[in-house]
Design a protein around this ligand. Sequence first.
Ligand SMILES: Nc1ncnc2c1ncn2[C@@H]1O[C@H](COP(=O)(O)OP(=O)(O)OP(=O)(O)O)[C@@H](O)[C@H]1O
Length: 715
Amino acid sequence: MLLRPCLSNKNIVQPQLPLNDDTVLYNNTNNNSHLEDTSNNNDIHTAQRKKRKHRHKDKGPISLAILTEKGILIKSRKPTTSELSEKELGRMSKEFSASRTSISSSATSFRSSVDNNSSFETASLISCVTCLSDDGDDDTSSNSSVDTTSTQNHKFKTDIKNSRKNSTNYSSMNGQFPTNTVISYDRILNAGSVENEERIKTIPVQMSRLPNQHIIEITFAKPTRHDVKPKSLTLVIENSGTKQEVIEKILSRSYRNSKRQRSILVIINPFGGKKNAKKIFKKKAKPLLLASNFKVDVAYTKYPCHAVDIVKNIDINKYDTIACASGDGIPHEVINGLFQRPDRVEAFNKLAITEIPCGSGNAMSVSCHWTNNPSYATLFLIKSVEKRIDIMCCSQPSTRSTFPRLSFLSQTYGIIAESDINTEFIRWMGPARFELGVAFNILQRKKYPCDIYVKYHAKSKNDLKSHYLKYKRKLEDTEVDILEKPELTEPEIRYIGDDDYESDIESDETSITNTSDNLYLTNAITIQDETGSTETDINNFVTESDFQLKYKFENGVPDDWERIDPHVTNNLGIFYSGKMPYVAADTKFFPAALPSDGCMDMVITDSRTPFTRMVPILLALDKGSHVLQPEVLHSKILAYRLIPKNSDKEISSNSYREGTPDSADNFDDISSPNGLYSIDGEKFPLEPLQVEIMPKLCKTLLRDGKYVDTQFDKM
Ligand SMILES: Nc1ncnc2c1ncn2[C@@H]1O[C@H](COP(=O)(O)OP(=O)(O)OP(=O)(O)O)[C@@H](O)[C@H]1O
């Protein structure tokens, strides 16, 4: 949510710059030589990739499994010693000997399970088994020489902790999952034939010989300490039908409401957040995308507003998704870049815009993927439902000759906007600097006089609540049939500034898989929108008329807009208008925000509110209950005009009510020296600002087809 001066309206209309060859580092199956296809091996990363390719491949004994409603159930007993191939038996017993010295009781269980064909069914035993060898997350686990007692003990503790925390415990022994483990479809990324002949040879003769037994490799997102990572597992799946039919069954259940094999352009801002977006993407997101058979091209931003130029120049036919590995600044630029294309109708119909959280704001990810953990966000992106969301269109006098600015997140004026920008010099403090700035401004009773005219949809808090509940009920009635989500091992919202985060990345290993045998699968998906129509997205298109403003700035304030009480606006503390529930990972500023209710949420505070009352209001921001406080104005609106006043001169703002003055110079009269707007976290000049809602303009990816649950209905 931090502001950057780079994005003044003047900057957005820079002349179009051609893409340099080194702008985009991955891709090349297409004609764009600046893009590199990560699934293609003819580039400089080939050797590296080859080396890594099978890192998450399954190497352990093969289990029998069946398909259930919720996932793939590991059904079988472990194969008996007589069923195991010589090679497999030798490897297992070698590992067993190495492990025995450190945890003898577990080793005994292991031996007896192999000999007696028993199952690993108790939780404690599962935990012990994971100590003996890991499930392939670290390839070193199969190497007994590195399994020292201390590392095992450490792993033992960690695994016990994980098994307690995680209801879907994927503990295994050399890839052998305990009987009755269900690998939930919402974690399955891919399924396909096993092409590796050597691997097939390790399957015991008694297994996979019946016509209803199919050797299938599945790849799923396996929880690790903080993240999810792709993990492959070879299974003998018992199911009637041909192998291709079984694979298709798994994939259609795994992508029940989501699109398979997306073609994504990832735009990375290497300067986003702590300047490690590139690394985060490579380690946390890319392996999951590739394991899901997504086609991934990557572009890097090289200067402020570069993302605008990138998306103005891309071939939209090559992609269905643009994922911003960044904070909220890049999605803002992407939406505006597409808006400025001559074929914007096609662009907004073709492309979904989403975020892989790598910045400091990440409000889009928290609101849409319900997390700002990059790997979990990527998993939920892969499994998400494509939905249209409302966009806000911001007009200012200085944008008259160019394009108005689209905003997907929020616009703010007053304490919040200023606290952000005026504390840049103490950036080292992290998010605390912003809170300090807010507290300082409130203590000073700083006010931001202005006039605000509003086109209301639900003015009172009661009306707003009814609107919210009505929308939610409608949504629930037509809810997409989403599979039950397994518990996550980690809290979903994570601060990427955590100290251990960097080291986590360093120790991570990416792995890539790209099975080809299910490429024939179609991308067809069925979408249900809030109105309940179950149809392919085909009728959910925008047309040029959806981009036309209802209220032109130069036409003045329409008669049916209401002026907010000047006693309040002359003493304005905070003005905040937005469309997504979270404006930062821990700030639920708009708890009643809904993806496509055709309204924005507006929150206003008065600078005269006593400090003793402001403190509880600010402390409630994480829960979103600040909007319930009597001192806070909270409405659903369709449009507004904000005309800032100079606090000293009290200049009449009538001309801005009527329409636009001819020259931008006139704004000097009314600008207060420190004033500014923050639109989607970017700094905008202090001129009159008019904003209106553009319903369902933009496609994005929502987990379960909705924003994160704010519990507003229960407040
Ligand atoms: N190569 C670059 N050099 C400098 N700025 C850049 C570069 N690429 C992108 N930017 C700018 O960085 C800004 C912030 O980007 P982004 O939202 O991804 O990061 P962030 O960490 O969330 O931002 P913030 O620090 O504002 O919270 C955008 O305005 C964008 O124009």
